[in-house]
Design a protein around this ligand. Structure first.
Ligand code: DAH
Length: 340
């Protein structure tokens, strides 16, 4: 029996020593000291040992057990330390490595273009004003000489909250708000969002306009042409030419549409200008005297020019954007191209 015990202990010590991982060491522990382990089996055999030898054998088993436990404990420490070292080396952080680049965002193309337009007009002495996006029928239509049932209301598919309350379909109501609170001379532009029930490659239910209004003594169509010319040259290029075409808006009389030579082909004709060499940029005209009067301005003394342009449309022309929906999809691959 004692012989056997000696072999078991020796084997256990040897196997503990050669274990190469904590897992392997655990297996050794189970193999010898576990419930069905070899040393436990020897202890269970104690009952077959002659009574006189029992104390000595029991003592020997216990000593063997202690020896094995001590060895396993020691080996466990060594293995754990080695494991820790390996991890430390493997997971080492290289503090000399360059840090990750911080991603800088880009301004939205509409914000860029709106800023450019505002800068140009501020340079011409215009002030910037704002108006509400939720308007009454009066400001959006009636005060602009578009009475109820006027056919011009069909030109703009309006979102109504109620019979009297709506999302503004253009920034023109801002003309009325301005004239109600300011005496001439007035020189203002009003950028802002407008809404129409319309959606395709060149129309979005929400888009942005910039309204312009000048009211003073002796304001004529020449002033309008002059302002537009300055604007087109600054916004597109100094070579840009402009022209006026007759049009109709209820709030201006006469009304015009203003074109400039295509900034892409320089007037030769291309895809952007549909082969005409000209691009329609804005609607404008001499403020209808009725509109001045309704807002409390004496139309005998004063006259005005007004214009309205689409920011989205201008951004599309400026950057050659083929589909308006790209402006609203927020695809970063598209937006990142406008870093300035
Ligand atoms: N409000 C017009 C529209 O949305 C644009 C416009 C045309 C504004 C002529 C004006 C103007 O101030 O004089 O279609």
């Amino acid at each position: 029996m004692l012989e056997k015990l000696k072999t078991v202990v020796e084997n256990a010590l040897k196997e503990s020593e050669s274990a190469s991982s904590v897992n392997e060491l655990n297996d050794v522990k189970v193999k010898y000291l576990g419930k069905n382990g070899e040393l436990t089996a020897l202890l269970k055999g104690l009952k077959d040992v002659p009574p006189a030898e029992k104390p000595a054998f029991g003592k020997a088993v216990n000593e063997g057990r202690q020896q094995i436990e001590a060895k396993i404990g020691e080996k466990e420490d060594t293995l754990k330390r080695a494991e820790k070292m390996r991890k430390l080396i493997e997971e080492k952080i290289d503090v000399t490595e360059p840090s990750r680049k911080v991603k800088v965002g880009a301004r939205h193309p509409l914000t860029i273009v709106k800023g450019m337009i505002m800068d140009i007009f501020v340079g011409l002495g215009f002030e910037i004003r704002e108006g509400p996006e939720v308007e009454t029928d009066y400001y959006n239509f009636q005060a602009l000489n578009i009475p109820k049932d006027h056919p011009a209301r069909d030109m703009q598919d309006t979102f109504y909250f109620s019979e009297n309350l709506l999302l503004r379909t253009h920034t023109s109501p801002c003309q009325v708000h301005t004239m109600e609170v300011k005496k001439p001379p007035i020189r203002m532009i009003c950028p802002g969002k407008v809404y129409r029930s319309d959606y395709d490659a060149t129309h979005s239910p929400m888009f942005q306009q910039i309204e312009g209004l000048v009211v003073d003594k002796n304001i004529t169509l020449c002033d309008l042409k002059g302002v537009f010319d300055e604007f087109a040259k600054a916004f597109f290029s100094p070579e840009t030419k402009t022209r006026l075409r007759p049009s109709y808006f209820p709030f201006t009389e006469p009304s015009v549409e203003m074109d400039c030579t295509c900034s892409v082909c320089g007037g030769k004709g291309c895809r952007i200008c549909k082969g005409t060499g000209w691009i329609e940029v804005l609607g404008a005209g001499i403020v209808n005297p009725k509109v001045l009067e309704m807002s409390g301005i004496d139309s005998e003394t004063y006259s005005g020019i007004a214009f309205g342009m689409g920011v989205d449309r201008l951004a599309m022309i400026k950057f050659g954007i083929p589909d308006m929906r790209l402006l609203f999809e927020n695809d970063l691959r598209f937006l990142a191209q406008f870093k300035d």
